[in-house]
Design a binder for this molecule. Structure first.
Ligand SMILES: [Zn+2]
Length: 375
């Protein structure tokens, strides 16, 4: 029997990884088609093998990607398919706007070093790979060398100097920026993400609350926290015998969203995160509305489209519209998801011509943005 959704209204999701949101059936299909060995032969077995039911260490979680990404990485057709299936998945979850992130260099199979999963070298270079997905994201490498099976190139935790240049360039080019920080790292990592990398949003950010002065400052600056409750349980980023930071965020009426992070591995949907916060943390319908409106306000959409998205939510939530803009019949919601998710609109600033020139194809329409760290 299907569970009643915890919040059966349009939702906004800002933190989900494309390579952590793939259908097991698709992994099997491309494993067979490409002759790549997988640890299971049915979708159910594969889901059980990859998925987590109980907390694992962060390296244990990240090792999961090694089992299945070789079936997808380096294959243009597979990358395109997982992107379309991702949009379909989110539409079914009632998500009307999603910002999905991915790492083009991890999916490439030429002109990158190292090649992440030893995918056979052919003709899918990093920059070309960037043009293939539905999403709008450019990801930098992880900040922790233990993650990604030790293959990450960057140094110790904290914003490495290697990142500084691309982030400075992103600031100069007016490209939006979100940084994973304070997931398992300390509040100091959060401070560095904000002050050094000029993050506009924080991926996770839970440990910010351990530094009251920093937390107070970020609240005053209306910093957005991309919270992933179920993920934080399974990765050990949150210890269940302590109060989850999202409860503090709720009580303080801070600016945050609820997100899945890697639903394939966490065997979850967005409803899992809403159920968890409703059942275990006392979240109400009103709080779900408030956090989704904050998510829309903190999205990286251009202002005009952000206003449209907000009006859509106000309409769906039965709240007074924020402006005199039009209303949005429910049949437009699905179409809007596809349009917004596929979109690449802005003209290519100089930075993107270095990172991902194909993302700036005007025919696709997108607002490019920059992400640091992997999961
Ligand atoms: Zn993440």
């Amino acid at each position: 029997m299907t569970q009643t959704p915890a919040f059966d209204k349009p939702k906004v999701e800002l933190h989900v990884h494309l390579d952590g949101a793939i259908k097991p059936e698709t992994i099997l299909y491309y494993g067979r088609k490409r002759g790549i060995a997988l640890p299971a032969s049915t979708a159910k077995e594969l889901q059980d093998f990859i998925g987590m039911d109980k907390p694992l260490s962060l390296p244990g979680f990240l090792a999961k990607f090694d089992y299945y990404m070789p079936a997808i990485a380096g294959c243009r057709e597979a990358i395109k398919r997982i992107a379309y299936e991702f949009v379909e998945m989110k539409a079914k979850e009632g998500v009307v706007y999603v910002e999905v992130r991915y790492s083009p260099h991890l999916l490439a199979n030429s002109k990158v070093e190292p090649i992440s999963w030893h995918q056979a070298e052919t003709r899918l270079p990093y920059l070309e790979g960037a043009s293939l997905t539905v999403g709008m994201v450019q990801a930098a490498e992880t900040q922790d060398p233990k993650r990604r099976g030790g293959r990450a190139r960057w140094g110790p935790p904290g914003p490495p100097m290697t990142w500084l240049l691309p982030f400075q360039e992103a600031v100069r080019s007016n490209i939006h920026r979100t940084v994973h920080a304070g997931e398992v790292g300390s509040a100091e990592v959060v401070r560095a993400a904000v002050d050094t990398l000029k993050a506009q949003r924080l991926g996770h950010g839970y440990h910010t609350v351990e530094d009251e002065a920093l937390y107070k400052r970020l609240r005053q600056e209306n910093m957005h926290f991309e919270v992933c409750p179920w993920s934080s349980y399974l990765t050990g980023a949150w210890k269940p015998d302590t109060q989850h930071a999202v409860v503090r965020f709720k009580n303080d009426r801070a600016n945050y969203s609820l997100n899945t992070d890697d639903p394939l591995i966490f065997k979850s949907t967005l409803d899992t995160d809403y159920q968890m916060t409703k059942r275990d943390m006392g979240f109400t319908e009103e709080e779900f509305k408030r956090l989704n409106i904050n998510a829309a306000k903190s999205s990286f959409l251009p202002e005009g489209e952000k206003r449209e998205l907000l009006d859509l939510l106000y309409h769906a939530y039965g709240m007074p519209p924020s402006a005199a803009a039009g209303t949005f019949p429910s049949e437009l919601l699905g179409a809007r998801l596809a349009r917004l998710s596929v979109g690449l609109r802005a003209r290519c600033p100089p930075f993107l011509s270095w990172v991902a020139p194909r993302m700036c194809d005007d025919s696709l329409g997108t607002s490019p943005w920059l992400v640091a760290a992997s999961h």
